[in-house]
Design a protein around this ligand. Structure first.
Ligand code: TYD
Length: 217
């Protein structure tokens, strides 16, 4: 079982994905929690390159391919072997991030990003995706607040620093994907930022899905 968490910056998906992974473990499932970009040692180096504010001259295609390279390593080293071993993978971001942030919002194109990611992942797709929806004004102001309080990586990174218009396109791209794939992508409103109430909604969806699929422990 492969579960992903997606959403615009500041939607709270790192917190929610972690809480959900813990919940599944407590329920007896064997879970590996991971994230993108940077779920592997090699991926952490790619993460630094792709998020560094020093790399403002990076081409959109180079950016899309770096995320795909990070993902190829992630599938090779962590996601693939974990799924093969019959465990549950919970990942903070996967291919849908590249569709929203690069294919649509950076205009790289859906077909191009899909082709690169099919190579990177062998066409692997999540069984279930939780999309935490938040408007960009709320999301980005949360990111800035968390960073100024030292609750997150020190600086606003190269992607977060893009304007609100970019982040609004990212959000719309996610909602369009959810409308096209309602069975896989479940939207949860994360505007309130209330960790417990969002967690309870996420839990209902994930636990309901696990019982409907009779996932073994
Ligand atoms: P993330 O690690 O979720 O952010 P945080 O800094 O809150 O931990 O993701 C880092 C950034 O990378 C985020 O702005 C979204 C962006 N991103 C893409 O643009 N494309 C992708 O394919 C992925 C995985 C992330």
């Amino acid at each position: 079982m492969f579960i992903t968490f997606e959403g615009p910056d500041g939607c709270g998906k790192s917190t929610q994905s972690r809480l959900m992974a813990e919940k599944l473990e407590a329920a007896g499932y064997r879970v590996v929690y991971t994230r993108e970009p940077g779920g592997t040692d090699i991926g952490r180096k790619i993460r630094q390159i792709v998020l560094s504010n020093a790399n403002e001259g990076m081409s959109p295609i180079a950016e899309a391919l770096l995320y795909a390279a990070d993902r190829a390593q992630h599938v090779f080293e962590i996601i693939g072997p974990t799924l093969k071993a019959g465990r549950v993978v919970v990942s903070d971001r996967f291919v849908d991030s590249s569709f929203a942030y690069q294919a649509v919002a950076l205009n790289v194109g859906m077909a191009e990003v899909k082709a690169a990611n099919d190579i990177a992942t062998g066409g692997l797709r999540p069984d279930l995706t939780i999309l935490l929806d938040v408007d960009p004004r709320t999301g980005i102001s949360r990111v800035k607040k968390a960073k100024s309080k030292g609750q997150a990586e020190a600086q606003v990174d190269r992607i977060e620093a893009r304007d609100l218009e970019y982040h609004a396109v990212v959000r719309k791209a996610y909602l369009d994907m959810a409308a096209r794939e309602p069975d896989r992508i479940k939207v949860v409103d994360a505007t309130s930022g209330d960790v417990a109430s969002v967690h309870s909604k996420v839990c209902d969806i994930v636990m309901g899905f696990f019982s409907s699929k009779d996932v073994s422990k």
